[in-house]
Design a protein around this ligand. Structure first.
Ligand code: 5GP
Ligand code: ZN
Length: 113
């Protein structure tokens, strides 16, 4: 299997799994851009945001709920944080498996890109 995030989801790569349930997995980004930088991924392989379907709606909602809960657990809820999904080449997506970035723990720029 070539997808790196599917390998992490299958437990085939060592890594710090901070949370998982039947549908999603949360682990720290290997190259953090902020003191808190987590990735929330679906266990199901979806290559990009542009590929989600109506059926994936509950899953995407669950990813956002999970991010909200992780932000609370990591203590950034009050000060604030950012959720980012990069999609495709011009969106800056490097790993072709849908993922939500949770960034926090410092003042983030008001520039979006
Ligand atoms: P993208 O640019 O696709 O939105 O973000 C991909 C993110 O995955 C990057 O922030 C990168 O640092 C992270 N990443 C890439 N490979 C690995 C890996 O093997 N393990 C972890 N934990 N993060 C990774
Ligand atoms: Zn995958």
């Amino acid at each position: 299997m070539s997808c790196i995030f599917c390998q992490i989801a299958d437990g085939k790569l060592p890594g710090d799994i901070l949370y998982q349930d039947e549908e999603v997995l949360v682990f720290p980004d290997i190259q953090p851009q902020a003191p808190l930088h987590l990735l929330i991924i679906p266990k199901k392989h979806i290559s990009a945001l542009s590929r989600i379907t109506r059926e994936d709606k509950p899953l995407v909602g669950h990813m956002i709920n999970t991010a909200q809960e992780m932000a609370r657990r990591e203590g950034v809820s009050e000060k604030g944080y950012r959720l980012v999904i990069n999609c495709g080449q011009q969106g800056g997506q490097l790993v072709p498996h849908l993922h939500l970035h949770l960034l926090g723990g410092r003042q983030l720029s008001d520039q979006l890109g």
